[in-house]
Design a protein around this ligand. Sequence first.
Ligand SMILES: Cc1ncc(COP(=O)(O)O)c(C=O)c1O
Length: 360
Amino acid sequence: MTVPLFDTSAPLTALREQLRAAVNRVLDSERYILGPEVQAFEREFAEYCGTSHAVGVANGTEAITIALRAMGIGPGDEVIVPSFTFYASAEAIPPTGATPVFCDVDPDTYCVTAETVRAALTPRTKAVIAVHLFGNVAPVAEIQQLGVPVLEDAAQAAGSICTTGRPGALGTAATFSFFPSKNLGCFGDGGIITTSDEQIAERARVLRFHGSRDKVTYQQIGYNSRLDELQAAVLRVQLPHLDAWADGRRQAAEHYEEAGLGELVTLPKPVAGSAPAWHLYVISHPQIVRIEAALADAGVGRKAYYRTPVHLQAPMGQWAGNVQLPATERVAADHLAIPMSPVLTREQAEEVLAAVRRAA
Ligand SMILES: Cc1ncc(COP(=O)(O)O)c(C=O)c1O
């Protein structure tokens, strides 16, 4: 038996008829862009997160650029961002005119902390992007105490929760990706911005439609960046199941813990007060390359997502200077994602463990 790295198909099996009906509803409506499905999904997703507003956009990358601009970030400003994240978290900053400033992460949680952010603060800092990496929940409230607005990059954290609420409602604004493999995925590209700030929501709505409020006069250079009706319709079918899928992901993590994986490798640690819906289950070990090879031999899915951290990627060199991020460089070298999905069984966890044991 092989264990896949993720399983986007099994959770949707029971929903296939509903999904087909949703697609047909859009086809029959002949409304494809910014219609009733998007409006309804925006309402439902805002309610799920606990915010007053949600603004559907084309993907999670443009969600970050648009949210930053809606928060008033622009040329001359600095935005702090971790380097241990998907490239897009930082790539979305320069299009606003601001510059990325890279900060370190806590190697146990893979998330930024108030301390790692503090080390990167300057008088030009205008925002912090707190990435809820792998589904863990970055300590937004502690970072906010530094006095800087926080944009949550919650692309990987739909379904996670912490004592102060859900990702999406913890910072000044937040962004999500609905890329198909995400905890809540659509059938193409999609994204959303959540906020309880009326002005930010309104600016984001204008920016996603070419910088226009009335669609005939244009106030600023914006974007063509909209969630479409088909994607909104399939997301509406799935949203009511997100919490159950998140529980399945937590259960999968428990399978690994109970099987004893933590005796062989370092397991990801939830940030204090959080219950992550693990999007990726990322272990670390000084001999990770050997473990990676053993998993490959056993037919077990695995992937080192961020071997080269973002500040060492060529286009970021102009902003990286000689920043020292020791924890980032260590976890970049040592990490490995192993199978995780809402339907991962105890048997599958034990199969992964057996393969790790052969190498660790
Ligand atoms: C942490 C993080 N930020 C941003 C993004 C960008 O989202 P998208 O692929 O929808 O543009 C992703 C998606 O892969 C991500 O994982």
